[in-house]
Design a protein around this ligand. Structure first.
Ligand SMILES: [Cu+2]
Length: 145
């Protein structure tokens, strides 16, 4: 009996050690985009061409990592969700923290196309993501000039 409890204690310690050690390694997945830095004019990764935007979602990934819209004009985003039975959204946030939404898109279950109507935004470099898969589907959202 005493021997058993000792063994269990050892096993518990070993499990704890394994849990702690294993936690740091698989964390090497996608780093957040470098949307920080206070100079949006420096080098925008994409620029606006009209008020009709479109993006595909396939295999839980967006087809582009940058979207752009003109400043101070309402625009549309067509989401082409090609993932059968999977929900995706397009939402726009002030930055990659996702704490302040400029636009929240409703979930769309694929396969389906959905057109989001987005109100005019001021110029700036923002962030978009799928709210269902925020760590796998995101990118830079450029507005303006
Ligand atoms: Cu998604």
């Amino acid at each position: 009996m005493r021997r058993n409890t000792t063994l269990m204690a050892v096993a518990a310690v070993a499990l704890l050690g394994a849990a702690c050690g294993g936690k740091s390694s698989p964390n090497s997945s996608p780093p957040p985009p470098q949307a920080t830095g206070g100079s949006p004019s420096a080098s925008a990764p994409c620029s606006a061409s009209g008020t009709s935007l479109s993006i595909t979602a396939k295999n839980t990934a967006f087809g582009v990592n940058c979207l752009a819209a003109p400043a101070n004009q309402a625009f549309t985003i067509v989401l082409d969700n090609q993932d059968s039975g999977t929900q995706h959204t397009v939402s726009i946030y002030t930055d990659s923290s996702g704490s302040q939404a400029l636009f929240k898109g409703d979930p769309v279950t694929g396969p389906a196309m959905h057109t989001y109507m987005v109100s005019a935004l001021q110029a700036g470099t923002f962030f978009f993501r799928c709210d269902i898969h925020p760590t796998r589907m995101f990118g830079t959202f450029v507005v303006g000039p």
